[in-house]
Design a binder for this molecule. Sequence first.
Ligand code: ADP
Ligand code: ZN
Length: 298
Amino acid sequence: MLAAIEAGGTKFVCAVGGSYNDIWAQETIATRTPDETLAACARFFQDAQVRFGVITGLGIASFGPVDLGRSATHGTLLSTPKSGWAGTNLAHYFGHQVGVRVSLDTDVNAAVLAEAHIGAARGLDNAVYVTVGTGIGVGVLSQGKLLHGTLHPELGHMPVPRAHGDEKFQSQCPFHTDCLEGLAAGPAIAARASMPASILPADNMAWQTEAYYLGQLCRTLVLAYAPERIILGGGVMAQKSLIAKVRRETERLLGGYVPVITRAGGVERYITEPALGKISGLVGAFLLARQHKATGGR
Ligand code: ADP
Ligand code: ZN
């Protein structure tokens, strides 16, 4: 039996089963204090072991930022805006409480793993998953391996040149005056347009500005990782007309320089929506549980 957790700022989804497509029990636990939330998760897994037998591996798809280096602090949540959670080590906690080997990665890394396994990047070894929501997060699968470094890519905070006419807009990132997240995540769209992104009409010019910034991200992703596919997910991408604008901007900004898009069969295939929707985190967590050394593709 494998175990999986999708750990988020609003809820923890816990599941056990033979695999992501063979789930035997699942429970959603609200994210409150670390003590309350983690104890409730541990109880779920202990009950599951009584009902179904021994858990052989636990995968965690976690919100971040999280320490993913090889040191003793691996798995520690860092300066998360979710109060009380910084310094919590999910991997240690569940390793002790459930007595099982834990494989922890970021929610976006889990998502790219899941999409490369059974979703929009099925069979590919080089793919990127982007979430554009309250923040902007990027998960990279390169040659079948999830990229970490000592932390994990934080491309949400990459610098971007200002869009024409957007020079005076105040970045919503508390750290940077010129980063992608500060200029293009959901809260920035809302601040610029004086209304939530979710109700901003499709023909508002702010979507062109948004597409320009996301095009800058895709351009950088192409240049840095040469992925075979870029998947754009998260709440903001629910604006259905946005992805076509991002495709156009990406091609325009690349200026025909890099052949990866042509090789992939055109920009419509290259920059795509997720196939798995909200389940990609949990699917990815099961894949992490199964294969301690994460590999994508097959
Ligand atoms: P989080 O990043 O907190 O996990 P989401 O990925 O759901 O959450 O993203 C939330 C953001 O998505 C909010 O800024 C919200 O305004 C925006 N959003 C939600 N629905 C839509 C929509 N239909 N069109 C554009 N933006 C949306
Ligand atoms: Zn920033």
